[in-house]
Design a protein around this ligand. Structure first.
Ligand code: AP5
Length: 214
């Protein structure tokens, strides 16, 4: 079974939704750089203060901040047997840094989610999150009690960067950077593209089959 996985894809492509579920099934940590950065912002740490402006504008946070944060996370004990990373790498430079950091084995599998632009917008508009990062959708994945997280009972809100203006820019950034990134992993023979349209369970079934067959 593959245990060092990356999930790539556009904003609201479903990276977090599927990475969390797959990580629980494989018994490895789900490491999401976006969630880690949002936690730093909510705690008001130095890193969070430095990252906030870029995140609110839909820009990438500087490599200097993100790479150090990710490397420190990968060195923790629970990541020694494997992991699923969502949200990193974002561009070719980050992919090369990760590759160098991991040494010979590199990553086992890179799952690239593919979603049409109209679906991305619809997912963003309907997304609700709790302060601890649990993700819902008003239509596709509603909580049992409207407006309340099933897991910790916290109130659900919209993310600060889920405005229409910012999402348009986040999509542009993804399209600018993803070509070289996907080519990099394709050349290593570890890239698998997944149709991530439609209901979450259907996408997850495709991902699951791919992980089990690779
Ligand atoms: P990040 O949090 O990574 O944002 P993102 O890449 O824009 O991705 P999202 O979190 O919006 O979406 P997702 O793909 O996880 O989708 P989700 O599962 O929620 O990063 C935020 C910011 O942090 C960046 O803009 C940047 O500033 C900074 N940052 C992070 N990493 C960085 C890095 N490495 N370098 C530099 N800066 C970095 O699903 C979306 C919704 O769709 C949910 O509501 C879900 O329920 C619903 N849904 C509907 N149908 C489906 C389906 N079939 N599958 C899955 N979900 C579905």
């Amino acid at each position: 079974m593959k245990s060092r996985l990356l999930i790539l894809g556009p904003p609201a492509g479903g990276k977090g939704t599927h990475a969390e579920r797959l990580a629980a099934e494989l018994g490895v940590p789900h490491i999401a750089t976006g969630d880690m950065l949002r936690k730093e912002v909510s705690e008001g740490s130095d890193l969070g203060v430095q990252a906030k402006a870029a995140m609110d504008g839909g820009e990438l946070v500087s490599d200097e901040l993100v790479v150090a944060m990710l490397v420190e996370r990968l060195e923790r004990e629970d990541a020694s047997e494997g992991w699923i990373i969502d949200g990193f790498p974002r561009d070719l430079e980050q992919a090369q840094v990760l590759n160098a950091e991991l040494g010979g084995r590199g990553v086992d599998l890179v799952i690239a989610l593919e979603v049409e632009r109209a679906d991305i917008i619809e997912r963003i508009v309907g997304r609700r999150v709790c302060p601890r990062g649990h993700v819902y959708h008003l239509t596709h994945n509603p909580p049992e009690t409207p407006g309340v997280c099933d897991i910790d009972g916290e109130a659900l809100v919209q993310r600060d960067d889920d405005t229409e203006e910012v999402i348009v820019h986040r999509i542009e950034v993804y399209h600018d950077e993803s070509g070289a990134l996907l080519d990099f992993y394709d050349s290593k023979g570890v890239l698998r593209k997944v149709d991530a349209s439609g209901p979450p369970d259907d996408t997850y079934a495709r991902i699951h089959a791919m992980v089990n067959s690779s």
